[in-house]
Write a protein that binds this ligand. Structure first.
Ligand SMILES: [Zn+2]
Length: 424
């Protein structure tokens, strides 16, 4: 029997354990914000890795503002050394989940398995993926396969809020790094038969418009910040949106609508606080937060300059329009390199397990690939994992049991292939 056959048989034998492990993680409500029960989930993952022959480290995100006594940011990294000389494959999953929200028909933290589906907040995004990574390595061990290369598995925090105390922290502290880490797979739920090679850029900015307060019965004596914010929004709508809608990336972003450059007004707050009783005043302040998703072809500098130019033009048209622009967050676009060994290896594994060719896609949103690529300098990084993308963050989130088993097989075959290669 070939090593591949031994591994696939091992996954069939341990599939129930992998699903039960994912359910066990779902029962730990690692809700972010604020970052509940991280330590419990890190220990659960670490204990499982230790039983599978991994050396386990718990890495508190010391020095990061999110790491507090009430809500410690605990990351876990397991390393299983190969026999020597082979590539290092790092499998990373975040174990934080977004709040359950309303509309559930099952207990969001019950880890319920029903009709071939594991239900619960984080089942799809992405505790099933973490379980698949852990049990892919376990299948290699139980199949008795030896590898020259090393497998690392990390469970990290805060991806849902930017990943700064999670993967970014590991990258800043050299725990994942170019020259040490050859390949990274993040088993995010991008569907079990697709490979996600990267994502668009994100530019969050804030515009504050300042007016002048006056009595609301004589508004002509003041300057309304809300009216001027209306002028700003109108300029974005008429001058910028048509231009953005005409730009399309060559990256295979899904859904296709997200191949265009986009702009969303995330927040708008103006005038007096949202209280029941107000006094009559002209609004002297209005704040809006914008979420601009930019394309790899646009780049950040041109994206930013375009916003500045538009605001300047608008202010020139309205002499008493005073505004401030601040950058809140910039995430640069990332994309795995053309001809990536990692992508080709995953494609072969998906073909072998599912019997079909895996399309390459890019994500409409962002995820921790940015930190691996931009901080750690590990460009050979993709997302591949079980679960249906559209179910993430929804009520009654679920992940198919068969998906978990299939993804475990794909990851195990890919690890076999990559860890038998020399270091990249
Ligand atoms: Zn996720």
């Amino acid at each position: 029997m070939s090593d591949q056959e031994k591994i696939l048989r091992a996954v069939d034998e341990l599939g129930d354990e992998a699903v039960a492990f994912a359910a066990e993680m779902v029962r730990i409500p690692t809700v972010n914000p604020p970052g509940e029960a991280y330590d419990d989930c890190a220990r659960l993952i670490g204990d499982r890795l230790a039983r599978g022959g991994f050396a386990v480290e718990y890495l508190d995100a010391e020095g990061s503002p999110e790491h507090t006594a009430a809500h410690p940011r605990v990351n876990v990294v397991g390393t299983r050394e190969g026999t020597g000389g082979g590539a290092l494959l790092h499998l990373n999953g975040h174990f934080d989940v977004v709040p359950a929200g309303a509309g559930w028909t099952v207990d969001p933290f019950g880890g319920v398995i029903l009709d071939g589906r594991l239900y619960g907040r984080g089942s799809c995004d992405m505790k099933a993926g973490l379980a698949a990574a852990v049990y892919a390595s376990e299948a290699l061990r139980r199949a008795g396969v030896t590898l020259p290369g090393t497998i690392e598995i990390s469970g990290t925090v805060d991806e849902e809020s930017g990943g700064f105390a999670g993967v970014a922290w590991l990258a800043e502290h050299g725990r994942v790094a170019h020259g040490r880490t050859d390949y990274v797979i993040i088993p995010e739920p991008l569907n079990v038969d697709r490979i996600c090679i990267g994502h668009r850029g994100v530019y969050w900015f804030e515009v504050i418009v300042h007016g002048r307060i006056a009595h609301g019965s004589m508004p002509f004596l003041g300057v309304s910040a809300i009216e001027h914010m209306g002028n700003v929004l109108e300029a974005f709508r008429t001058d910028l949106m048509p231009v953005l809608g005409a730009r399309e990336t060559r990256m295979p972003v899904v859904p296709p609508g997200a191949r265009r450059a986009t702009l969303n007004v995330n927040t708008i707050i103006g005038g007096q606080a949202n209280v029941a009783i107000q006094s009559p005043c002209v609004a002297d302040r209005c704040r809006a937060v914008f979420d601009r998703r930019f394309l790899i072809e646009e780049g950040f500098d041109a994206t930013s300059a375009e916003v500045v130019a538009l605001l300047e033009r608008t202010a020139a048209r309205f002499p008493d329009l005073r505004y401030e622009l601040s950058d809140l967050m910039v995430v640069h676009p990332v994309q795995a390199p053309e001809g990536s060994v990692l992508v080709a290896s995953l494609q072969r594994s998906i073909q072998a397990v599912l019997g079909r060719a895996a399309p390459l896609i890019a994500s409409p949103g962002t995820y921790d690939q940015k930190h691996f690529a931009r901080i750690a300098g590990v460009e050979d990084c993709v997302a591949y994992g079980p679960g249906i993308l559209e179910l993430a963050h929804q009520p009654d989130e679920w992940c198919g049991v068969k998906d978990i088993v299939d993804a475990t097989k794909v990851l195990a075959l890919t690890a076999l292939d990559l860890c038998r290669r020399p270091r990249a």
